[in-house]
Design a protein around this ligand. Structure first.
Ligand code: PMP
Length: 410
């Protein structure tokens, strides 16, 4: 029944395919700028010292067991996650306007939100249920929303000319979208471009989305990792909350805790202030629990336990902030180093965007042809759209990479 014409061969996931090609490459100078995972100055994965500490505390606990978590996950983890993303004194928390479920990292949170929207979102006036994503966006967004049958449209985001935000384009598409459209927004450190709106631009977007009754869905995969400051990186979400929006948030702890494979994340539904808020949260929560139960039954425990220990302990939390500053600081210094080497080489083109962009990634502006040439000649692996993971650069390879870029653009 599953003949070839029924199940066609699907292409390999481009990113995981790139990882495999890098592993096969035997060149001693090879550089991996593909996957978005933090590396230390020796190009090695980095277990955050605070995570190591939490891990040791957990393992020393004689009562640790492997029982199921509740459907909504570890309660002290989800409540700490609310404080982290909305701010400890947020009215969202004191007024009981949020319901939060632990998910399979950020991907699971985006999926749970998408599934919930596909079942229950009712954009009263227009009847449209389209999700607008940035062009470009994290490739998985398209798959996740189409898997649950939600139509997808794009808003312009990246300007090839300025290598910055195409705010006019973004604005006008969001303005002309049917009323009540779902707008997916990257909370900070946009993937893949590294380009974020300014606070004034966020304010303008909020005003516009209010006018059009659009529904915000924030994907937050890099809180604290972008600027090194947890509050600054949550600013846009908190601003939209202040404006009284009903909204969704997908929160990942993959990057900021280095808990990638442990799949620790959280999904939040926030409703607007008002007399009905608690009732809404209760009804929504009951439906989310059913969706979660049917999809994953209950979330994985270990990563959430580690994050929870750190989030709920003032001393460990301070150490975490220190670790975050170390990661974001190293990445920012690599941006500066790359820019400096390109300047010294007098590489054709402007490279200010390397230092202007933020977070894990930089959109270099290299063409697919140049990307493939660098892979072939210099054994540097990056995605075909010219995105590099800044974390793959270090004091030993940044000059080598700059020289490879210089060679290919001449
Ligand atoms: N959203 C965005 C924009 C991301 O970049 C990522 C990580 N690549 C995720 C969500 C989710 O990742 P994870 O499932 O590993 O938390």
């Amino acid at each position: 029944a599953f003949a070839a014409d029924v199940v066609p061969q699907a292409p390999e996931d481009p990113l995981f395919g790139l990882m495999a090609a890098y592993r096969r490459d035997e060149d001693p100078n090879k550089v991996d700028l593909g996957i978005g995972a933090y590396r230390d100055d020796n190009a090695k994965p980095w277990v955050l010292p605070v995570v190591k500490k939490a891990d040791e505390l957990l393992r020393a606990d004689p009562n640790l067991n492997h029982e199921y978590l509740p459907i909504a996950g570890l309660a002290e983890f989800t409540s700490a996650s609310q404080k982290l993303i909305f701010g400890a004194s947020s009215p969202v928390i004191s007024e009981g306007r949020a319901i939060s479920l632990q998910t399979i990292s950020g991907t699971g949170a985006v999926h749970l939100g998408a599934l919930f929207l596909s079942k229950f979102y009712n954009p009263s006036a227009s009847g449209a249920k389209t999700v607008y994503v940035s062009n470009p966006t994290w490739a998985n967004h398209n798959q996740i929303f189409s898997n649950v049958g939600l139509p997808i449209a794009q808003y312009p985001y990246f300007s090839k000319e300025t290598k910055g935000l195409d705010f006019a384009g973004m604005r006008s598409t969001i303005e002309s979208a049917p009323e009540g459209s779902i707008i997916l927004l990257h909370a900070c450190a946009h993937n893949p471009t590294g380009v974020d709106p300014t606070q004034d631009q966020w304010k303008e977007l909020a005003t516009l989305m209010k006018q059009k009754s659009h529904f915000p869905f924030f994907d937050c995969a890099y809180q604290g990792f972008a600027s090194g400051d947890l509050n600054r990186d949550a600013w846009a979400i908190r601003y939209f909350v202040e404006q009284g929006f009903e909204l969704l948030v997908a929160q990942s702890y993959a990057k900021n805790f280095g808990l990638y494979g442990e799949r620790a994340g959280c999904f939040h539904f926030v409703t607007s202030p008002g007399a009905e808020a608690k009732d809404t949260v209760s009804r929504v929560g009951s439906q989310l629990a059913i969706l979660q139960r049917s999809e994953i039954s209950n979330p994985p425990a270990y990563g959430a336990r580690i994050a929870s220990l750190v989030l709920n302990d003032a001393d460990l939390f301070a150490q975490w902030e220190e670790n975050l500053r170390e990661m974001s600081g190293r990445i920012i210094s690599m941006r500066q180093a790359l820019k400096k080497h390109l300047d010294e080489l007098k590489t054709p083109g402007t490279w200010d965007h390397i230092v202007d962009q933020i977070g894990m990634f930089s959109f270099t502006g290299l063409s697919e042809k140049q990307v493939l040439k660098i892979r072939e000649e210099a054994h540097v692996y990056m995605t075909k759209n010219g995105r590099i993971s800044m974390a793959g650069l270090n004091t030993k390879n940044v000059k080598y990479f700059a020289e490879a870029v210089d060679k290919v653009v001449r």
